[in-house]
Design a protein around this ligand. Structure first.
Ligand code: NAP
Length: 281
């Protein structure tokens, strides 16, 4: 691709960012669709966060993604956020328009888009979410919006699960979520949103020792490695599984759609999957 004075700029801020797959994912989409855009990852130290954001504004960036540890900090310095980002209390995508910064959280939407692509619906389903951190909050809100019948949140720190259940129930204005220590009974979906199983801790499996029902669909949002110990275990027990790469792609697709204000073609998922398949196994 040729970078000219007309090339639109987008990027990622985090600390560290050297491990990020976002530049590969985004730039492959831009190339495939012939978009005159370029995406770069910026490692920004905490004392330079606001200066970096002012820099994006001054340089005419279309927007930027935000990753660990800044999702909450950036949320707090934005002028405007969409309704779901306000419930989640964190952003991973910012659009810059007429000098105004607007924040979004595309993690939950990315997860739902991925599951819909696989033909799954959460409508009327009983869902177990393992974990109660930022990703659990983003996913929980969107699963509730999709019409889940019940959401059980299982977390090492029980009171955080209780807080998240309250956030989801307040958002839905009905009691569909509760903190629980019961992972298995009647779960249509079991979704790991904890960091257990993530490299280098690749032997960890939050379902270890449990007998799973073949009827449960088991999802892991950890994407490195792609085939986590939990997913291998669930497959051995006859469950259908979905890995974290789909959500990674989904949240990136949604971010691009927010910046460009149009929907990307469905076949772009295959292209991104191919690109990511070169670096994650
Ligand atoms: N596929 C994607 O696109 C995507 C997007 C976002 C995040 N992720 C992945 O999702 C994971 C969580 O991210 P996050 O932003 O939600 O992190 P977070 O806010 O720090 O939450 C981490 C969660 O993991 C739990 N946890 C951590 N270590 C644990 C352990 N040893 N035993 C049991 N539970 C443990 C925490 O429990 P406590 O509350 O008890 O501390 C908490 O519920 C990460 O692996 C991240 O890479 C993937």
């Amino acid at each position: 691709m040729q970078i000219t004075t007309a090339t639109k700029l987008v990027g990622l801020i985090g600390h560290p960012v050297a491990h990020s797959l976002s530049p590969v994912l985004h730039n492959s989409v831009y190339q495939s669709l012939g978009l005159d855009m370029v995406y770069h990852a910026f490692d920004v130290t905490p004392d330079k966060l606001e200066t970096a954001i002012d820099g994006f504004l001054a340089l005419g960036f279309l927007g930027f993604n935000v990753t660990i540890p800044y999702k909450e900090k950036v949320y707090n310095i934005l002028e405007s956020r969409d309704a779901e980002a306000q419930i989640i209390g964190a952003v991973n995508t910012v659009k810059i328009e007429n000098g105004i910064l607007k924040g979004y959280n595309t993690d939950g939407q990315g997860f739902i888009m991925h599951m819909k692509n696989l033909g799954y619906s959460f409508y009327g389903k009983d869902v177990v979410i393992l974990g109660a951190g930022g990703a659990a909050r983003a996913i929980g809100i969107y699963i509730a919006k999709e019409g889940a019948a019940s959401i059980r949140i299982v977390n090492r720190t029980f009171h955080k699960a209780d807080i998240l259940a309250g956030v989801i129930n307040d958002y839905m204005e009905r009691r569909i979520a509760k903190a629980s220590s019961d992972i298995l009974s009647n779960a249509d979906f079991i979704i790991n949103t904890t960091s257990l199983g993530m490299w280098p801790d690749i032997e960890s499996n939050p379902l270890k020792g449990l007998t799973l029902s073949k009827h449960s669909v088991v999802c892991d949002i950890v994407y490195n490695p792609r085939h986590t110990a939990m997913l291998k275990y669930a497959r051995q027990q006859g469950c259908k599984t979905c890995d974290g790469v789909g959500m990674l792609i989904g949240q990136a697709v949604r971010a691009i759609e927010i910046w460009l204000e149009y929907s990307l073609p469905k076949n772009i998922w295959d292209k991104m999957n191919q690109e990511i398949g070169k670096v994650i196994f």
